[in-house]
Write a protein of this length. Structure first.
Ligand SMILES: C[S@@+](CC[C@H](N)C(=O)[O-])C[C@H]1O[C@@H](n2cnc3c(N)ncnc32)[C@H](O)[C@@H]1O
Length: 362
């Protein structure tokens, strides 16, 4: 996609999935953090856009704001929104949309127009510090390409407890310009390393794709405990973009996967978990359970493990969810390939509700 010039532009089909995932995830994130442990939380949209598309569809900042406004019962924490948009006309458009909403007193919305994400974040950072730390933050980083989203900034956010990032890695654009001599410094900044230069020299498109993807994944992994990537590819099986999610909270990872698995397929695009190059898993209505079964059996064969270990493995090391593995354990137990060593009292066969239950794979 070439970056549009007008203030608002038509919504492309591939953007819909991104918005749907964002919305689903925020429905969980805001309520977990707000009703739970924290008096203040921060939502950043670093590349906010005008807040709506040419057909009247909501843009990402309005999706976040309306999600927060839609809670019943209402959110009790102080919720800060920082929307940054470099183009003044787009920022003005966004302000106009926000002015149509009635905001409760615990919402604080700042639109930084005519400023870059980096400049705005650096300027406002001190105002979001509580007890010496950045308040719990979700940062959505959604540039048209790669400029303006330096890795140093991503790292700075991830270094703080309960802070996470969701980055739209515009592979198609990045790949198109990766060998452009004018972009060397920008790519150094975006990847936070010079290693991308090695990827750029790969002539095979598939190799280059994996190399750039894996590099960004590794970079995020230096700052976050859990990192996953999701690939949106078109009907010709060409990568359009990757969404990278990085967090230090296991619950966050679970909620993001839930959002991914529930995203509707448009038919035009294919949406898959791309974290492990050897284990691409499509987000389909009917998950590919044989794949997860094979992963679990390979991992735990001949070993004694707890149900909790299997859940953690499924969530952290595979594309699957915590709701996906129990049916597999049931099948394995019924076919005698799994023995329960320490059952919970009054357990029914085929049930695995207690994470402390010990199992042995034969
Ligand atoms: C992909 S669009 C954002 C779309 C929006 N997040 C959504 O999903 O509705 C990227 C936006 O970032 C703005 N932009 C470009 N460079 C920027 C920078 N360095 N900092 C902040 N905004 C920037 C562009 O003007 C454009 O409106």
């Amino acid at each position: 996609m070439t970056a549009p010039k007008q203030t608002i532009w038509p919504l492309e089909a591939h953007t819909r999935a991104k918005h749907e995932i964002l919305k689903r995830y925020l429905q969980a994130w805001m309520v977990i953090l707000s009703q739970g442990r924290f008096p203040e939380i921060l939502y950043i949209d670093g590349f906010a856009g005008p807040g709506e598309y040419a057909g009247g569809e909501a843009g990402s900042p309005m999706i976040a704001l309306d999600t927060a406004l839609g809670y019943k019962p209402p959110l009790t924490a102080k919720v800060h929104f920082l929307f940054v948009e470099e183009r003044a006309d787009r920022a003005d458009h966004l302000r106009g949309l926000i002015a149509q909403r009635s905001l409760p007193s615990n919402f604080s919305v700042v639109v930084e127009g005519g400023a870059t994400f980096e400049a705005a974040f650096t300027k406002l950072y001190p105002s979001f510090i509580r007890n010496g730390r950045l308040m719990p933050t979700f940062a959505f980083i959604d540039p048209f390409g790669w400029t303006g989203a330096p890795f140093s900034l991503v790292k700075r956010i991830l270094a703080q407890r309960s802070c996470e990032v969701f980055v739209n890695f515009m592979y198609e654009e990045i790949n198109r310009f990766i060998s452009h001599p004018d972009q060397i410094d920008n790519f150094d900044g975006f990847f936070g390393t010079e290693e991308w230069r090695r990827c750029a020299s790969a002539s095979d498109p598939r190799t280059r794709n994996r190399c750039l993807h894996d590099l960004y994944l590794r970079q995020l992994g230096t700052s976050a405990d859990y990192v996953r990537s999701f690939e949106m590819s078109n009907a010709r099986d060409v990568t359009d973009y990757f969404l990278f999610y990085a967090t230090n909270e296991l619950l966050g990872l679970k909620k993001m996967k839930e959002a991914m698995w529930k995203a509707d397929e448009s038919g035009e695009f294919r949406f898959s978990d791309a974290t492990d190059p050897n284990q691409l898993v499509l987000f389909e209505k009917a998950p590919n359970f044989p794949t997860l079964q094979a992963r679990i059996v390979t991992k735990f064969s001949g070993r004694q493990v707890s149900v909790g270990d299997i859940e953690r493995f499924s969530v952290v090391e595979t594309a699957f969810r915590e709701t996906h593995y129990k049916g597999i354990l049931k099948t394995l137990e019924q076919s005698g390939r799994l023995n329960v060593i320490e059952p919970a009292p009054s357990r029914r066969i085929g049930t695995f509700g207690d994470p402390a239950m010990l199992l042995r794979f034969t």
